[in-house]
Design a protein around this ligand. Sequence first.
Ligand SMILES: [Zn+2]
Length: 275
Amino acid sequence: MNLLIDTHAHLNFKAYKEDGSEVIKRSLKNGVWLINVGAEWDTSKRAVEYAEKYPKGVFAAVGLHPIHLQEQEIKEKNFEVVTKAEKFDYEKYKTLAQNPNVVAIGEIGLDYYHIENDDQETKLLQKQLFLKQLDLAEELQKPVIIHCRNAYQDIIDILKLKIENRELTVKGIIHSFLGNYKQARQYREMGFKIAFNGIITFARDYDKVILDAPLEDILLETDCPYLAPAPYRGQRNEPLYVIEVAKKLAEIKKIPLEEVINQTTANAKKVFNLV
Ligand SMILES: [Zn+2]
């Protein structure tokens, strides 16, 4: 069986409080490796703890997600979360991120979707947080996992400036890519890859991006417990379902499934130095 890699899982989240270990075992047994991605301190720590438990195939990313800067209640379809306000502690995250099981700094980035009334102060705070964590990634020479919602231009501008100033040499991925093909090209030109999840199994908005991007620049993810792919929509998602994302990519690009699996797995191994 060919190895698949779910580059964005949250088995460190509450949704798997009862059976996180079972879900991990099931994934590994069926040839799916995974990166558990932190969104704040507790989930970052839990991601590392999970990775330490398994000698192979389970990795961690640590970081502070922009929506955790403020306390707020977020309610969307299939998504409900009460965020805690956390102040970013560089040294604390640095110590955690030095753990050899930590393969990336993430998820970090900008999320303007949940900002009310286009509040500039919150945007500025998010940008400052993002910059600090880019510095952390650079200091530790680990790639980044970027979350972006309604903020593509700001993220592109920040990355461009950092790269031009030679303050950023590490690369990474734009997770759950929701932009257009022109934005995808800009990221790819800077050396970043884009990752797709279950959304592409039920929305046709990204077919053009997928067709425009070479397979070498694409990674697979689930973003579980959210965004379950068809035919599991509405259910709790899990790493095993990443195969559905691979199938849809193969269908859109009109290439064999095996090619999608092998190439995206090779991409993930390369970006995150997975062994
Ligand atoms: Zn996520």
